[in-house]
Design a protein around this ligand. Sequence first.
Ligand code: PBG
Length: 332
Amino acid sequence: MSYSISNRRIRLSPQARALTREIVLTPQKMIQPLFVVEGIKSREPIPGLSGADNKGTFRDTTESVLKQIESDLKAGVKSFLLFGVPDSKSENNFKYDFTANQIASIRKQFGQDVLLSVDVCLCSYTSHGQCGILNDSLDHVVNGATVDALAKCALAYAQAGADCVAPSDMMDGRVGAIRRALDEHKLENTLLMSYSAKFHSGFYGPFRVAADSAPKGEVKLKDRATYQIDPGNPSDALRSSLRDADEGADILMVKPGLPYLDVLAQLSAEIPLPWAVYEVSGEYAAIELMAEKGLINRERAHLETWTAFARAGAQIIITYGARHAREWIKTL
Ligand code: PBG
């Protein structure tokens, strides 16, 4: 043979690898979550997320969150997902002002430099930590009343200046109800990103500390199994995502990420909308904690995970590491 077939030539130098690589990561395709907490005096670390170097994700105050966004913009991050954690909790009478005021102050300070998405759920607002309003026997989240509250919540956030509202509660019909409420109030340009394939996962631990949203108290309902998708039921994820697309969602999501790559690949091939994936707190923290123990290289593990998300079909990656992405990508 006078020529040599090689799969190695494209692997031999960093330049050749970069040139031939199919998946190119960039912070522009990433969303950085932020937590803003009412009534705290200074920012608080989140176990597993704040990083050994303290440059990770914190429970921010109304002031520190603005400084955080400023520094994230300098790091090339332009999209954020805000979680508001109000001080006072209730069973069915929620006030959205704390989060709405925060949205307005972010908008005022940063104008159109940021794309601000806001998580819409009641789990940080309820006294029992469930994602909605309970029935009288405290063993079931009532769908209709919860959807009404969520639509009001989303409307308040959009009116305060959110570019995108992101319902994560998993009630039936909330996407349609929110879309209608927005359209009726001339907010037809507000984006709606649905957590359409959100599973009942064991990987949400650090988040529930951050958002003060773990199921708690003297109620019969102890977990979220009656509204989040069963991990063994990918068809439910497909049906729920088709329905949310039908009800007017602009962006769909799979959550968590790594344990559901198969779902992401299948659903993104089937439904032609932009797909986001949420690398949730527990899966992010697993990498951080292994790296702290010296068992793996932190940057490499995060970059490899994000590459897997893009390969499986995600256009958008929601990750606590978005603010590190530009630096870490340089190490590729
Ligand atoms: C609220 C919500 C959750 C997350 C985002 N929105 C957690 C939950 O359902 O308890 C998880 C995010 C993460 O773990 O990083 N319903």
